[in-house]
Design a protein around this ligand. Structure first.
Ligand SMILES: [Zn+2]
Length: 102
């Protein structure tokens, strides 16, 4: 039986602008069966907001990450984000670089 700790529960969300700047931690994602969340909302990322104004940077169904260093602000659908992180954690990674997002 594999040990529980092979499945990562905390994943550091960082940006390096594809290696162009020093690793900057934006948030930490928690991948618990009962709880999925990230700290520092609105500082380094915006969660999906149903009533977001169409003109704002905030999306109705996607997370928007904001790197204060390189101004990169990738957008990813909430469902896709957690699916990706889950697979990432299962593969044993404990860090995800948002500059890898398309
Ligand atoms: Zn960056």
């Amino acid at each position: 039986m594999p040990e529980d700790d092979e499945q990562r529960i905390f994943i550091a969300i960082v940006c390096t602008d594809k290696g162009q700047h020093r690793r900057l931690r934006l948030t930490t994602a928690r991948l618990l069966p009962s709880e999925r969340g990230m700290s520092f909302a609105l500082e380094h990322f915006a969660p999906p907001m149903r009533n977001a104004a169409p003109s704002s940077m905030v999306s109705r169904e996607s997370y928007t990450f904001i790197c204060p260093k390189c101004r990169r602000s990738p957008l990813i659908k909430a469902e896709a984000w957690w699916r990706l992180l889950e697979a990432w954690g299962e593969a044993g990674h404990d860090e995800f670089d948002i500059s890898l997002l398309p």
